[in-house]
Design a protein around this ligand. Sequence first.
Ligand SMILES: [Zn+2]
Length: 687
Amino acid sequence: MSQPKRYTVTAALPYANGPVHIGHLAGAYIPADVFVRYQRARKRDVLFVCGSDEHGAAITLRAKKEGISPQAIIDKYHHLIKESFEAFGISFDIYHRTSDPLHHETSQEFFKNLSEKGVFVERESEQFYDESHQQFLADRYITGTCPKCRYEAAYGDQCEKCGSSLSPNDLLEPKSTLSGQTPVLKKTKHWYLPMNHYEEWLKWWIINEQKDSLKANVYGQCRSWLEQGLHERAMTRDLDWGVKVPLPNAEGKVLYVWLDAPIGYISATKAWAQSHQKNWQDYWKSPDTHLIHFIGKDNIVFHSIIFPIILKAHGEYILPKNVPANEFLNLEGNKISTSRNWAVWLHEYMQDFPNQNDVLRYVLMAIAPETKDSEFTWKDFQTRNNSELVATLGNFINRTVVLTNKYFEGYVPVRKDCTVLENKVLASIAEQKSKIESLLEHYKFREALYELMELARIGNKYLADTEPWKLFKQDPDLVKTILNVALQISANLAILMQPFLPQTAQKLAKMLQMESLMDWEKAGETEILKNPHCIGKEELLFSKIEDAAIEVQVQKLNATKHTSNTNLSASESVLKPVKTEVSFEQFTSMDIRIATVKEAQKVPKTQKLLRITLDLGLEERTVVSGIAEFFEPEQLVGKQVCYLANLAPRIIKGIASQGMILMAEDPQGQLYLLAPQIAIANGSLVG
Ligand SMILES: [Zn+2]
């Protein structure tokens, strides 16, 4: 692959109406950052831009909900998001914002240019208007009943229950969210982008210039959009928050947020160029530049279809060379959901795991949803930290540094005769480097990380096999050779881990006293550290994460399930279908009664089981129930429950379990006790 003169790398503009979570990091920002750090390490000209997306109806709606101004909303989240990115080492050259006057100017100029070229089609249409608020209603400001599934709180652009994409006119009984009143239809004019005019060109471009570089998931989405046929799309909105349409007779109109957001990459570049005495046009208009958009899969259409059309229509800009979009990251069995607070928020992680930001980076790279959706679980997070970072990488470095200090006062020993083993281990350094490079050039970040860790595994195994700590008395020369080899691997790891684990790389460079040797071109060499180079004192790179810390996180998420259940929208629940019917006799044959929990305790050596003693009025019963994840034993004592009394007994862990306590299980798998609304006599029949 021939190298371009420079790269312009963009990462999706996060929407400034909430903080960022692990799904964002895994989807776009970490892969973009690894790519950029790698290019910088190769001393290539690369510019990395991003910023907050601060326009659109979701901002004004959020402001309304919190009772503050849209400006206060974007200020709050812009800074929170910016700080989170910095903490996780996302090394933007600039983190801009679309509320900046330079952005308004840039996107207005862009719009004017397209308008003067006659790109847009002006069209009058009837749109919903709230008479009491005297304003047109953006799609999100209209709710009503979904015509397909009859869900009553569907939005003007989408039904969140059945997932149908809607237009406001489709809604039955539409209501304005501003006044609650029925809106009226009123004529308004908008500027449309006739995407259908570009369909042929786009097909040609994607097949001839993009197909080989696009990931399969991205190419597949593009093809499916093109197969459905492209249509006109309005590029303006009736809204008072956003970039004003820079034309006469456009009072009260702003640019469509998906028109102005990607132009945000350009205005960010301009802002950066101004403060660095650079020419921004080199990064956007020179054919020697490769433009790369890192995004999540929900943004593919905007970056692979709409933005290229806009750039092409303008005519002076380069088109994206690649759009390495990731699929989604799920969390503990469910989709990450901002509205339901089902997420791991970066600003919270930093508080709970101080100085362990590289650990999260590592785990999110190791499980990156590069080709399909993947899942984050706290247990896996702990395992990867403890067995990969601590027990492999950290252990190898620690042994090497400790033994070098112990036997040679920190001086790098001279390597003497190498055996077949040493030669093989030393040869693997250059092999691993070239694998990592090739994978990074092809956007395969997860595999590249694996090959980096493979070098640590090779080093760790080498020390475990040679056991230098047992040899010093009998063969000090052999120990010198072994530790020299281990030090070369360590130095290579420090250089090669820079794109992946930047904070750890710095720490390791300091420990090995090799800050001035952190040059990517040196990696692969087997004499980076030479006598009389002296290394520093040992310091742990990673520390073990205990069960208790993981337990806290799991409980925090489970608590989210409880609190968010009341406003859980039906769209996010997956209800099981009704079971096959039973006869009335079958139903009445079940003896269901009210009982009170007298005692409850964990069944020893189990995670999920509780042994519960019930007062059934007539007698006491013992039940073993798999609910320990949901209830503390002491919470249950004194509670009334519904109890199936005539279920055949079973022996569980040596305890005879009689009958069953009835529970409700919500679609997320959370369990709830069923109890009478007021206390009633134990033994009362239910039916
Ligand atoms: Zn619906």
